[in-house]
Design a protein. Structure first.
Length: 61
């Protein structure tokens, strides 16, 4: 996906701003944002399921 979407997007940014610095900063921020989004989704998933496992493992009277 990065190659398919990133290449035209990088070319568009470079053509509009005439700067490779802006292009690399923009794509770096996008990559970092995507990584943080995936990290938070994974943490949310783990926290929810670990809490459910602890609740389910408590013996019922």
């Amino acid at each position: 996906m990065g190659t398919i979407l990133g290449t035209p997007f990088a070319g568009f940014i470079q053509d509009r701003t005439h700067s490779y610095v802006v292009m690399w900063l923009t794509l770096g921020v996008a990559l970092f944002s995507a990584a943080m989004f995936l990290l938070f989704m994974e943490l949310r998933y783990r926290i929810y399921h670990v809490a459910r496992e602890e609740i389910d493992s408590v013996p019922k009277a």
